[in-house]
Design a protein around this ligand. Sequence first.
Ligand SMILES: [Zn+2]
Length: 200
Amino acid sequence: MGLPLYPQNGWVGSKLPPFPFSPTRKASEIDLRAEMKLMLEGNSYYPRRGHWILLRRMDKRQKCTCYNRVGQGEEKYSLDKGKYNEPELRCPLCNGEGWLYEDELHLSRRTLVSPTIGLAGSEQMSDIGWMNINYIVFFFQHYVEPKRGDKIIEIELDDNANPIRPFVMKEAYRVAVGEPFRDQNGRIEYWRAAAKLEVV
Ligand SMILES: [Zn+2]
């Protein structure tokens, strides 16, 4: 199909050739922020399409005191003398995360990003048994800002897909990359968090 030779809307310019399409108005642009909000949250006309997850934000300013702890007194031989640079599994402060954290409820949509042809091969035999690590991308609204090292936790939901309280954690995903999607004037329209299943 060729471009129309005759100007549209009756407009004839003296210098520029006629633009064959009607101009894009600001109001006719897609507002992705609003679309994302509508999709995830819904309103009285559209159903909610997001599901509730917990975003565990790590406070990375300072490591927890349990990190790399060297045993003293009675614990002198029971701790590992700081050989392994890691937090303690059952630390009452950080729960073994290594950082202080805060959990937030967010609505999200997730998608599996492994190539379909390799899905069956994503299960592998390891020393501790069969392991299946899939790569998931979570989508969030513009204000969420998931960061590397944060965790996304899938929780039990009731029949109306609302979180059961106290929260029952099902699967934890570690965010590897938090990537903003920008559009109009460079404004952040939504976030993509590429995450990997945490093997516990
Ligand atoms: Zn700790």
